[in-house]
Design a protein around this ligand. Structure first.
Ligand code: FES
Length: 125
């Protein structure tokens, strides 16, 4: 399954959407299709406006999440925001494990259920 649940103080209630295979795209794209107000700007992994916390709901162990290739842009932006630890960088680089925080414009929805939480901090650049 690929149910994506969005949760934020910006929304009156959580929204769960089913992301159809072949038409999933990034978390930001799925959010926009469903009028979920994740902030964004560059859409290119550089500004950090779209930072979200991603919880993998059907990953019983740390290594049962889908592997990812974290791009240099995303890694650098998360570092600048203080949203990725050294351990998470190691896990991403060596084991392809996604960190807790992601950039919604860079994170593709996979065939797994996830919870996407965002604050929508207006003070980010
Ligand atoms: Fe700028 Fe995602 S919109 S990093």
């Amino acid at each position: 399954m690929a149910n994506v649940t969005f949760s934020s103080p910006r929304m009156a209630r959580d929204i769960t959407v089913y992301a159809v295979a072949g038409d999933r795209g990034t978390i930001l794209a799925v959010a926009q299709q469903n009028k979920v107000p994740i902030p964004f700007d560059c859409q290119d992994g550089n500004c950090g406006s779209c930072v979200v916390e991603v919880t993998h709901l059907d990953a019983p162990t740390k290594y049962s999440k889908y592997g990812i290739a974290l791009t240099e842009e995303e890694k650098e932006t998360l570092k600048q925001l203080g949203k990725i630890t050294k351990d998470e960088i190691y896990e991403a680089e060596v084991n392809d494990m996604p960190p807790r925080y992601r950039l919604a414009c860079q994170c593709f929805v996979r065939n797994e259920d996830i919870m996407v939480t965002f604050e929508g901090d207006e003070t980010l650049p």
